[in-house]
Ligand binder design. Structure first.
Ligand SMILES: Nc1ncnc2c1ncn2[C@@H]1O[C@H](COP(=O)(O)OP(=O)(O)O)[C@@H](O)[C@H]1O
Ligand SMILES: [Mg+2]
Length: 588
């Protein structure tokens, strides 16, 4: 089934959730109309039944012709039969529309995430975004569906019931208009009290779950120190608290449940007796059938009214989720590429012209007056203390962030005029910890390259020093790795990531501490693979290890966002400045 496309986000206004919902459902309005009509037919027995019952009682009491009994029964049976097809039609149209809107929203959210800048993604956690795509859209679906099902049922019952009463016993109408809402309100009040208690109880259960989670993750620590008793004591406390409030809640539920039930039925009985009295003394022209009908309607209409009032929290939860999805769909932080120059080829010259960058907030600039020209094929090592601004320089280079002042030029062209997606086809990045997705090793290496050949994948893996261990895996290149796949060591994962970078044959290569999470043995293998990867390309590498740094053509030493020294390894050591101090201190 084709996914709905289109620039949904242009008209999405989370601050007006009702209008936004109407906009979301706009394409489905015909289907919704059909659904409402189908619902009216399918739901009609609910208000027809009391009427027909009244008719039948009157036929018996007033000894009217028996044929009328047949007609009444037949009408009701036909309407009952209609319930089946109309119910299906309703589900198809209404629930289908709701699911389509949910899918449209999810797809819009995912597309938006791919357009939002990396700055946005570093501010907003991945799990928060995940929640929006899954949970918020689900809330919107559930809330729309329940509002439609319950709301339509209640409204149609109310309208149908009142219409029947208005036609048959108009004099009873005022009593309904006053007593039904009053009774519904009373019942609601009782239930609301219960809901707040329920919410409190849920909080205590959540606290218990935190406690248990804490206990399980602390088990190694607890056991190592013989603190089992203490740990269990903490959980036991929570447990007995949940037990106490659970029992209290059950009792309360019993109280209010019984009270509400008695109250509602007592009003119902009062209503029945009242109607019977009126009929008995013939104060109003009410037949025996009418008495039964009015009494039945009292119960159903009060129920519908209560249901309608109960929808308020469900609706507000859905609207809240519409707002929440808007936080992503309306985020202004886009990476704009439309209409910019396509990069067709890259030689690899990169030039930073007095680039300054400051992250949001009021901290000092992360990169200050960074000025550097890198000819094609040169390897630049960035070194400096943690927080010196090395990763920020790399992010500027990738185009994840834009200079606050100054320019970055690629082969002489200002990067702010280029379509960054086309530039990045010539770029490979190996981060500190590489992410493999769930798929085979071949798929992971050839990510984003649909026509890649098996021989190319093998060559890349060989150059990345990965072929040997890959071939030892049970299914070789077709072994599934990633979230639920084979477990690979950090060094193995890193070598697969290097193969992924190699196969793209990039002109510009960015390595951010690609070896710092590895042990010495895997580091040697990775280092060897990286040397091969770096040959003939423009490379920016952030590294702590001497072996990587020493081989760089030039070393750029950064302090507080500024370049403090530039030069070759031996040259800088001889100078005895910041680099020499760093070497003595931390680089091994
Ligand atoms: N996303 C961010 N938001 C705000 N400040 C940041 C962010 N990333 C880095 N910084 C700050 O910018 C400075 C440079 O960071 P970074 O480039 O990561 O340094 P390095 O990679 O050299 O350790 C640091 O002071 C850091 O706290
Ligand atoms: Mg860093």
């Amino acid at each position: 089934m084709a996914l709905p496309q289109g620039p949904l986000e242009h008209r999405y206004r989370g601050e007006h959730p009702v209008r936004t919902l109407a906009y979301l459902f706009r394409d489905d309005r015909l289907r919704i109309l059909v659904a409402v009509l189908a619902f009216i037919v399918k739901h009609s027995p609910v208000w027809l039944l009391p009427l027909v019952t009244a008719n039948i009682i009157d036929i018996v009491v007033e000894r009217r012709p028996i044929e009328e009994l047949g007609t009444n029964t037949l009408v009701l049976l036909v309407v009952l039969m209609l319930n089946y097809p109309t119910h299906l039609l309703y589900v198809r149209c209404m629930h289908g529309s709701v699911r389509r809107v949910g899918t449209k929203l999810r797809s819009a959210l995912c597309r938006r995430m791919q357009e939002l800048s990396i700055g946005y993604h570093s501010r907003v956690s991945a799990s928060a975004l995940q929640t929006k795509v899954i949970r918020d859209v689900e809330n919107i679906e559930v809330s729309s569906q329940q509002s439609a099902d319950t709301g339509l049922a209640a409204i149609i019952t109310l309208v149908g019931g009142l219409a029947v009463i208005a036609v048959r016993v108009p004099s009873a109408l005022p009593a309904f208009v006053i007593i039904v809402p009053a009774a519904a309100l009373l019942v609601r009040r009782l239930r609301t009290r219960l809901r707040t208690r329920n919410a409190q109880f849920r909080k205590e259960v959540e606290q218990l779950s935190t406690r248990v989670g804490e206990m399980t993750s602390l088990i190694p620590v607890t056991r190592a120190h013989g603190l089992e008793r203490t740990a269990l004591g903490r959980v036991d406390n929570s447990l007995s608290q949940v037990l106490r409030s659970g029992i209290r809640l059950d009792l309360l539920n019993g109280h209010f449940g019984a009270l509400a039930w008695i109250l509602l039925n007592a009003i119902g009985i009062g209503f029945l007796a009242g109607a019977a009295t009126v009929s008995y003394y013939a104060w109003l022209p009410i037949t025996a059938g009418d008495v039964v009908m009015l009494s039945t309607f009292f119960t159903t209409l009060t129920g519908s009214m209560t249901m309608l009032m109960g929808l308020a929290p469900i609706i507000s939860k859905g609207l809240e989720s519409v707002r929440s999805a808007g936080e992503v769909l309306q985020a202004p932080d886009l990476e704009v590429n439309a209409g910019k120059t396509q990069v067709e080829a890259v030689k690899g010259q990169l030039r930073f012209e007095n680039v300054t960058y400051r992250y949001e907030g009021d901290g000092p600039a992360a990169v200050v007056d960074f000025d550097l020209t890198v000819p094609p094929g040169e390897t630049i090592a960035l070194v400096g203390a943690s927080g010196a601004g090395k990763s920020t320089v790399l992010n500027l280079l990738i185009g994840f962030i834009r200079p606050v002042s100054g320019r970055i030029l690629l082969d002489g062209a200002d990067m702010s005029t280029l379509d960054l997606r086309s530039y990045r086809r010539f770029l490979s990045v190996v981060p500190q910890e590489s992410v493999l997705f769930e798929g085979t090793i071949s798929e992971n290496v050839g990510y984003g390259m649909p026509d890649v050949k098996a021989a190319q994948v093998r060559a890349a893996l060989r150059d990345a020093n990965a072929l040997e261990f890959v071939e030892r895996l049970p299914e070789g290149l077709d072994t599934v790795v990633g979230e639920r796949g084979a477990r690979l060591s950090g060094g193995q994962r890193q070598r697969i990531a290097i193969a992924r970078a190699l196969i793209r044959d990039p002109r510009v290569l960015v390595l951010d501490e690609a070896t710092s999470a590895l042990d010495t043995r895997s580091e040697a293998l990775v280092q060897d693979a990286m040397d091969r990867l770096m040959r003939g390309r423009t490379v920016f590498v952030v590294a702590h290890r001497l072996s990587t740094v020493r081989n760089a053509d030039r070393i750029v030493v950064m302090e507080h966002g500024r370049i403090s020294e530039i030069g070759g390894h031996a040259d800088l050591l001889r100078r005895g400045g910041a680099y020499a101090r760093l070497q003595a201190g931390q680089i091994t």
